[in-house]
Every structure is written in C-alpha cells, then in structure tokens.
Design a protein around this ligand. Structure first.
Ligand code: FAD
Length: 473
C-alpha cells in the first residue's frame, strides 16, 4: 500500500523529515498538498500576499517532485475530510506530515488521528518547520516560558545541532491519483498588485538557497549593526522562505554558523530563537491569536478611527518613516523589522487602534504572514503580550527615523514625493520652512499629507488610555 506525504508549511525536499520517512518506507509515495482556505475557527485562511507566494512555491515543489518521479497531488477543501477521503481512495497505510504549532493544524491532526483509530492507517508527524518541538521546552517547574531570555537559554541548552539531511534521490511512484490544477485555485491576484513581489522574491527551495548563500556572503558579518538600518540590505529576508518551510531552519542555523563574523552569527541565531519562542507561546496560549495575553488589556479603551486606519494602511499618515514602511509592505509583501515595530507602535499607541486590526492587515499583506510571529510581535508592540515592551514606552517615529535612517535613504526610496527634502527635514517635513518645502516641490496637505495625529497629543492620549485601563501610566 502507498503512503501519503502530506506537505504543509514545509514545502521542500532537502532536510525534510516527512519526505525522508516517506522515501525510507519503501512504499509508493503520493505527495499531496491541501488548500483549506475556510475561515472556520481555529482554522484561519491565508491572506492575499501569502496566496501569491503559495502559488509559486507549489509550482516549484511540483517541478522538483516531477523530477523524483512522484507528481504533487493538489486538493482543496476541509483538511480532515480531504485527508480521510484520500486514505479511502488510495488505500494508504500511513501519512507522513509536518508538525505545526497553529491551533487550526492541531485541531485537524487531532480529528484525523481519531478518525484513523478505526483504520489501518497511521498519522506520523515529523518536525519539519521548527528547530525544536514547541511543547518540549519547559521551565524548571514544568511550565511554559513567558519571557524570552530564559526561554532562549533553555533552548540553547536543549537543542542538539544535527547536520542537514540531503533530499532523497527518488521516490517510488504510485498509481495515478486525481489532482486539481494549480491555476484553478486562483491564488494569484486579479489586480496586478504583485509586480513588486515578483521582482523581489523567488519562492521555492532554490530561491531560498540563493537568499541564504547571499546573506552569508554579504551581510551576516555586519548583521549586528546592519539589521537595524532599513535602507540597507542588512537582514537575510529569509522570513517567507522559513514560514513556508522552503528551507530547513537547521540548515539556516548551520550555514550561518559557518560564516566568519561570530557576533553576527549569535545575534542572527537569537532571531531564529525568537521564531521558536513565538511558536512556543502560540502552542501554550492559543488564545493569543485574538486575545491579549495580559488580562488587564481586555478592557483597553481602543478607538475606532476609520480615517486614521485607512491612512496607515495606504502609507498616507504624513509621518515619513511610517509611510515608507507601509508602502514597502504593499509593494513587496515584506517590511523591515525595525519599521514593523515603528508602524505598529504608531497604530496601537498614537492612534489607539486595536492591535488586532494591524495584525489583520499584516496577515493579508505579508508574504511571511505567520500566525505565531505576527500575533506575538503585535502583542509585544502593544504591550499586552507575554514578554512585551511596556505600553508606556512609546516610540517616537521621528526620532526612530533619525536614528535608523539618518540619511533618509529608506524614506526617499519609498516616499519619492519627499525625495528632494534636505536630510534635516526628511523625517518631519511639517517643521520645514516654507521656502525649503517649495524648493523641494513639497506642498503639505497637497503633494504629501499633514500628520494624521499630532505626535505629542497622541502620546498623551495613549498614556491616559493606559491609566484608564490598568491604573498605571
Ligand atoms: P532576519 O533579521 O534575517 O531574521 C532571521 C529570521 O528570524 C527571520 O526570517 C524570521 O524567521 C526570524 N525572526 C526575526 N525576528 C523575529 C521576531 N521578532 N519574531 C519571530 N521571528 C523572527 N515575522 C514573520 O516571520 N512573520 C510575521 O507575520 C511577522 N509579523 C511581525 C509583526 C510585527 C508587528 C513585528 C514587529 C514583527 C513581525 N515579524 C514577523 C518579525 C520580523 O519582523 C520578521 O521576521 C523579519 O523582519 C523578517 O525579515 P528577515 O527574514 O530579513 O529577518
């Protein structure tokens, strides 16, 4: 009997334990991907940018599987029903798949395992997406960690480095199984909004390998400093590849470690551990997808501000570093981490708009949209998460801009209507004398908006809201 090789967010062949187990089973292999795009809780349908990525990533994976002799079978529908139907249809004796920390996937796996109890087929989950199982790291008292630094120490003590395993040379093909056509899934946008994404990214395993090699050759040595400068290509941009599992986190951990700049290596690996920490929190506190982890934030006096939120989404807030980030996001489906923190802070603090609204927008527009990382980081910025920046610490976007984009290069790239402003005013055009604005061709309120919020007043309002909700501030 054949085995099902069920791909999820682990769309690669190299160093992929479900792939290796299916190959080693000696049975014919039926590789399958299921698109379950219903929004039935706890399942969450992927967003628009992620759909674009997935289309191209599946195309790439299907090409690689064709070369191994086992074509990828595509099915759409409820994951539980679809897997059980496939087991019936093919007589599969086992399912090899990746272990995922998201509540929707966990519910799916539980339902499948229960249904299979009465059948001669077993569900085998392999660790394909993470360096470590999120539930295996515990405090000395056996509880989940809530703070990053001790988690990271425990993680480094427990995690065993293993050399990445090669892709199998071939898979034993199975008899024909019906597959959907990828094009019929209509994952690509109907409006041509993906041009920037297509120029920036090469979804798939090969593209991920090139990104990693480029990062190790060019940037990892300077990562410690370079990672905070959004105008430089100082970070790895591996996030969508890691999210979709097109590269094994082991491989990234190992290959980066071979680079010379040790400071950069340790800092970079810390970021990979943040990724693990987010999965750990989501595993133990699945409510964080909707609810603040700190209960005192449940009654927070958020505002409804449609105009402010729309200005934020469109990169028209009148605050250059924020607009640059939001436009980068729209164009590339990605935003630099430093700027993600700045734009998120403006939304939840100066504008007092719920973090969940921002999280939803990121979910729809990021190619790396990841349930764990997105919710954990939004709650971190909003001050309502486990190990969070305190709410009263409010980023001033002008000072952030001056510090991390001192020459204004990043702003000029993404907000070209300000390109001719001198450095002194690029992060706060509203303070520029009229003659300077005129010389730079800027007419505030006409060619570029006035700020949607007065930063000092917004800060005071945020602190008052904090005091009202928690008695602190
Ligand atoms: P690098 O600096 O090269 O880091 C290497 C890898 O480490 C990243 O690819 C990523 O997998 C991981 N990583 C880095 N920082 C973090 C972090 N803070 N939390 C978790 N993992 C991290 N990251 C996502 O992958 N998906 C998201 O949906 C997401 N949403 C975010 C929302 C907000 C409000 C903020 C502030 C951050 C968010 N991040 C998210 C984290 C971070 O911004 C991105 O992982 C990073 O910018 C990706 O770029 P890179 O690959 O060049 O990162």
């Amino acid at each position: 009997a054949p085995v099902l090789l069920w791909f999820r967010r682990d769309l690669r062949l190299t160093d992929q334990d479900a792939v290796a187990a299916a190959a080693e089973s000696g049975a014919p292999v039926i590789p399958v991907f299921i698109l379950d795009d219903s929004d039935r809780k706890p399942q969450r349908a992927i967003g628009g940018a992620a759909r674009w990525w997935l289309h191209h990533s599946l195309e790439s994976l299907a090409g690689s599987l064709d070369k191994l002799g086992s074509p990828l079978i595509l099915r759409r529908g409820d994951a539980v029903e679809t897997i059980l139907a496939l087991v019936q249809e093919t007589g599969a004796e086992a399912i090899h798949t990746g272990f995922m920390p998201d509540p929707g996937d966990r519910a799916t796996d539980k339902a499948i395992a229960e249904a299979l109890e009465r059948q001669d087929c077993r569900l085998h989950r392999h660790r394909t997406a993470l360096l470590h199982d999120p539930h295996k790291i515990k405090t000395q008292t056996g509880n989940p960690f809530r703070v990053f630094t001790p988690f990271s120490k425990a993680f480094e003590a427990q995690v065993h480095v293993r050399p990445p395993a090669p892709a199998p040379k071939h898979l034993i093909p199975s008899t024909q199984t019906k597959s959907d056509k990828l094009a019929d899934w209509e994952l690509l946008p109907t409006i041509p909004w993906d041009k920037g994404m297509a120029e920036e990214w090469t979804p798939g395993e090969a593209g991920a390998g090139v990104r990693l090699a480029d990062f190790v050759a060019d940037a990892v040595n300077d990562y410690e400093k370079g990672r905070d400068i959004p105008g430089d290509a100082g970070t790895s941009r591996l996030s969508p590849h890691l999210h979709w599992g097109e590269i094994s986190p082991w491989q990234v951990w190992e290959v980066v470690g071979e680079a010379k700049g040790h400071g950069g290596v340790a800092t970079y690996r810390r970021e990979l551990i943040w990724r693990e920490f987010a999965a750990h929190l989501l595993w133990h506190f699945p409510q964080i997808t909707d609810q603040p982890l700190r209960p005192e934030f449940a009654e927070f006096p958020w505002r409804e501000d449609h105009a402010g939120e729309t200005a934020w989404q469109r990169g028209q807030t009148g605050i250059p570093i924020v607009d640059a980030g939001m436009r980068e996001l729209w164009a590339l489906g990605w935003m630099h981490n430093r700027v993600r923190m700045i734009v998120a802070s403006l939304l939840v603090k100066h504008l007092l708009i719920p973090w969940k609204d921002g999280e939803n927008w990121f979910w729809d527009t990021l190619v790396d949209a990841d349930l764990a990382a997105n919710c954990v980081n939004w709650q971190w910025v909003a001050g309502c998460g486990a190990d969070a920046a305190p709410f009263f610490r409010i980023f001033n976007p002008v000072l952030q801009g001056k510090k991390f984009d001192p020459s204004g290069r990043y702003v000029r790239d993404w907000v070209p209507e300000l390109a001719k402003l001198p450095d002194a005013y690029i992060h706060e055009p509203w303070t520029a004398p009229e003659a300077v604005l005129r010389a730079a061709g800027v007419r505030l309120g006409v060619t570029y908006p006035m700020p949607v919020v007065d930063l000092a007043a917004g800060r005071a309002r945020a602190l008052a809201a904090l005091k009202q909700a928690t008695g602190r501030g």
